[in-house]
Write a protein that binds this ligand. Structure first.
Ligand code: PEP
Length: 250
């Protein structure tokens, strides 16, 4: 079994009660499964209850976003120390929906990355092109995006980032990106990481895929050599599907 991780972004779904009952069901279906790490990203309002529920459990959790400042006049925002206080292991940054609907940019995500490391939060950094274009365009886009996002970070910090390749054109669709395409893109990402922080760190860095992962494509994608995990949206809201995918790729 190669190294692997599976996570789910719950987006703006679930009351506290729904979050807890989904976790109950996932744990029941998982049984004593501990073959690789699993994480969930519930909405902010569920984090406190999820934190209490998941204490000392196999499933880890994190937040879907945060502000780059640690406190201040930023109405409606959530800071890194607030997430740390709740026991979050992860914070997701730069998700395509944050970019499209809330004007997030490489610059703001870079600032958030620096803050995440100051608070020992492990970033799940979403990257990916917007349109399905030629391979060379995708390569240029990703190389540029990575340079901007990772600006000023130490190589060892970059090695702790969980990179989630999520092309916008494959999110919320009926089909994921083709497995061989994902493999090629993950190689581009790893090559770029190698030029930024050296081959040793790049080799060890986790790069996972997200975008319409479901029962019918998970195994194919997971079997690609350069895919270190799956990041699941809609299918992660259904415990049976989520756990079936986890057990299928093991
Ligand atoms: C996502 O938006 O992070 C995602 C992976 O969504 P979906 O699986 O629903 O395409």
């Amino acid at each position: 079994m190669k190294r692997f991780i599976v996570g789910s972004n719950w987006k703006m779904n679930s009351t506290v009660e729904e979050s807890l009952s989904r976790i109950d069901k996932i744990e029941e279906l998982l049984g004593d499964f501990k073959a690789f790490p699993i994480f969930i990203l519930p909405p902010f309002t569920s984090l406190d209850a999820v934190s209490k529920r998941l204490q000392n459990r196999w499933i880890k959790f994190g937040a879907q976003n945060m502000h780059w400042e640690t406190a201040g006049a930023y109405t409606g925002e959530i800071s890194a120390p607030m997430l740390k206080e709740l026991g979050c292991k992860y914070v997701m940054l730069n998700h395509q929906e944050r970019r499209v609907y809330f004007n997030e940019t490489n610059r703001t995500s870079n600032a958030k990355l620096h803050t995440a490391f100051s608070f020992m939060l492990q970033p799940i950094l979403c990257i990916g092109e917007e349109d399905r274009a030629s391979f060379s365009k995708t390569k240029n886009f990703l190389e540029h995006q990575l340079s901007e996002l990772l600006d000023g970070l130490k190589p060892e910090e970059i090695g702790r980032i969980l990179f989630a390749y999520e092309p916008l054109w494959a999110i919320g669709e009926s089909e994921a990106a083709p497995a061989d395409y994902i493999e090629q893109v993950h190689k581009i990402i790893r090559d770029k990481l190698s030029t930024i922080c050296g081959p040793e760190i790049a080799k060890k860095t986790f790069i996972i895929y997200g975008g319409s992962v479901d029962l019918d494509n998970a195994l194919d994608i997971a079997l690609q050599t350069d895919v270190d995990g799956l990041f699941i949206g809609r299918a992660g809201l259904e415990p049976e599907k989520f756990v079936t995918i986890i057990k299928a790729v093991y």
